[in-house]
Design a protein around this ligand. Structure first.
Ligand SMILES: [Mg+2]
Length: 238
């Protein structure tokens, strides 16, 4: 996603953010979805690290009637101790860690049982082995996997996580966005997704082959995630 300044320089697109409006609006969304689809549909939400701990606590509490599967990325993730306050106030299950790259980033969160799902990604966390180790630690505290799965971790990262998910006892859920035809033409995959279930396939290794000739047909294009500004222009977490 990109916009261009005069002269052609790519800059991130901007969105306006209002936490107070968000905290008032979001429970009404979940109320409407629950009323429409009933009690069984698992519902998830990502807060994109936009709240303070007390705002996150308030949101978790407000969403309790709608029985979320998990509430993700409520506060800036590096502040592990902030989750004590959130956890103290709400029974809504919590998830964090998509930006983490070291086991120490999870230490307080796991040992104090402050989260329910580990959001780490094989691509950011050092590969399969560190991810396996952190999931073994998480298992001691009844915490499950909920690995990061946007398309930018690539089919290679997703395949690594799919294999690991099959191997661990405390698998929880795997985020999955699906890939474009262009991505499938470059990354030849044995992985399949059907009826909500992801399977890594039976091909040896990760089951993903990179076709460099196909990749050459897709030159690099500069792109950014959006950024948030408050009404007064202040930059806010995206
Ligand atoms: Mg997130």
């Amino acid at each position: 996603m990109t916009t261009n300044r005069p002269g052609g320089a790519a800059v991130p697109p901007e969105e306006v953010w209002n936490t107070r409006a968000y905290l008032h609006h979001l429970p009404t969304v979940f109320e409407a979805v629950r009323n429409e689809f009933g009690p069984d549909l698992p519902l998830l939400h990502d807060g994109h690290h936009r709240m303070t701990p007390i705002q996150a606590a308030k949101l978790g509490k407000a969403l309790e009637p709608y029985d979320l599967f998990r509430l993700e990325d409520t506060t800036p993730a590096e502040h592990q101790e902030a989750f004590r306050l959130i956890r103290h106030h709400t029974t809504t299950p919590l998830a964090v860690g998509e930006a983490f790259n070291h086991a120490a980033d999870f230490r307080t969160l796991l040992t104090e049982r402050l989260i329910d799902y580990v959001r780490a990604a094989a691509t950011h966390f050092g590969g399969i082995t560190p991810l396996r180790k952190i999931m073994d630690t998480a298992a001691e505290y009844q915490i499950k996997s909920g690995f990061h799965g946007p398309t930018d971790i690539s089919p290679v990262g997703l395949a690594a996580q799919a294999h690991l998910g099959l191997a661990i006892h405390n698998f929880g859920i795997q985020e999955y966005m699906g890939d474009s035809e262009a991505t499938h033409s470059v990354f030849r995959q044995s992985m399949t997704f059907k009826d909500g279930l992801l399977h890594p396939g039976d091909t040896p290794g990760l089951g993903v082959e990179l076709d460099e000739e196909a990749a050459a047909a897709h030159p690099y294009q500069q792109a950014y995630l959006p950024c948030n500004r408050l009404a007064d222009g202040t930059i806010h977490d995206w």
